[in-house]
Design a protein around this ligand. Sequence first.
Ligand SMILES: Nc1ncnc2c1ncn2[C@@H]1O[C@H](COP(=O)(O)OP(=O)(O)OP(=O)(O)O)[C@@H](O)[C@H]1O
Length: 553
Amino acid sequence: MEGRFKLDFFLHNIASLFNCQVVWWDAKEIRGVFTPLNVPVPSLDHLKRLLPFSHPVAITRGRHSLCTGCPDERLCTWHCEFFVPFRLWNEEMGIGWQFAAPTPFVDNPSWLKFAVDITSLLISALEQEKSWSWGELFRQTVELCGQMLGEGLILFDERWEVVYQNEIANELNLYRQFREGTGINKLFQNKKETELVLNNSLPLRFRPFYYGRDYLGGAVFTRREKREFKSGVFQSREPIGLPKIIGKNPKLVKAISIAQQVALTDSTILLRGESGTGKEMFARAIHENSPRKKGPFIAINCAAIPENLLESELFGYEEGSFTGARRGGKPGKIELAHKGTLFLDEIGDMPPALQAKLLRVLQEKKIERVGGTRPVPIDVRIIAATHRNLEEMIATGQFREDLYYRLSVIPIYIPPLRERPEDIELLLYYYVKKYCVLLNKEFKTFTYDALQLLKAYPWPGNIRELENTVEYIVTVEDKEEIGVESLPLAIRRFYQPQSSPERKDIRTGRVKREELAELLERFGYSVEGKKELARHLGISLATLYRWLKKYKL
Ligand SMILES: Nc1ncnc2c1ncn2[C@@H]1O[C@H](COP(=O)(O)OP(=O)(O)OP(=O)(O)O)[C@@H](O)[C@H]1O
């Protein structure tokens, strides 16, 4: 098999295994796109901007500096993208792994390492083609994939002989189970992708490998999620099914529990909360846990698209409906979400004319493209989100009351981070772990002072800001213990050393009203916020309440 085609073969199979799009390119051209997804191919202009990087890069949509001014910004529907640069045949090249939605793989901090390992394996095989046997390359690739999937794996050759099995398969006695029951050759004799439950207890997935029309063998993977689901582990341990919704704050836990219940229904949901509190994450989790999870999850940010384009983005258009309209027309996001979920982010920014049009879609469950004449029936579940005060907007005539009632059938409030001080440490260490693995660094801890400061900081950008902060610290800091001096300036400005006048004054009860008001603002007015403030000041909650009463705060 010649070099280029060998790489094609592997990338194609890995893409379908992980349900992602894999792109291989150099400075002049896109050499290959491998994808089981029906999604836009990135432009060469976008990909070329990645080539100057000499190290692997993980990009979450809208959060990386590269997203600003990206030529694909308007078309981008990716959840995230991993880029691995390399040099082959004396040229700079790159392989990008793009995911349309969060999945267990994307959210696993080991993914970037996996992407690097698999790329290096393929490249070294291509570089030293003579010394690599085709079978060995195949075995090592599938083995790495099996580790990443965290599932039992047995690999067969074209004669159904076992060529490899990993430890999980070993533990499950997988091979014996085949020999005792119907043989593997019978179970998968049509050599097509198959899912089945072995001996009524073990869900399996069979993946054949072909090169052109030649059958080369196949892999059998166990399907772990199903096993966990059956035993109830999934439901009890991770209520929303996406383990990364971190937090134990009672208000957040309540939001998760409501989301979990309504996920099973088709009700329209309105997610409310400040920017960066996790509204989109909730929306995706609800979709993933709903009966629509096999359908698409389509997100659109009503504030990010210019008013004149929003209508055609949402509703699509027919051919010739305006100058520049694409031949054959284009479906809008609502149509694309058919049988799935449509996430309307920043709904408060939707212009009034479109609010009326959206209301009609919700009432009639039909959609008409711009320039179209035929209404098309659609079956879409709507989740809207906003950080704005819609009630005030209704009062000032900026938002339609009837649309508001249609949308907020189930309102879910996600509290800002400053109202959830107990979650800050959890999130800090969650992201420290994630970025230390991603960036291949030693695990880090915070000094007492740094942790107190991070807990006292009001996090106006919420979890997005916290994640960016941790990513920055882990990237630039080599020490194992992170002190106040390593924190970004914006946070250090909040530092109040132990002997500061503020503390002394407060301890002696001589704190000024303005100072206390400012601290209260910083920690939040909730009971949790006040508890945290009392802890910060070194006084009891009862004393704090006394002071607040005294100052009428
Ligand atoms: N509870 C949580 N646990 C872990 N990560 C979280 C949590 N909540 C949010 N995040 C992370 O914080 C980031 C911001 O979340 P998300 O984009 O869902 O916020 P948002 O409220 O939709 O923001 P915006 O209104 O600005 O679009 C994401 O990277 C998300 O993964």
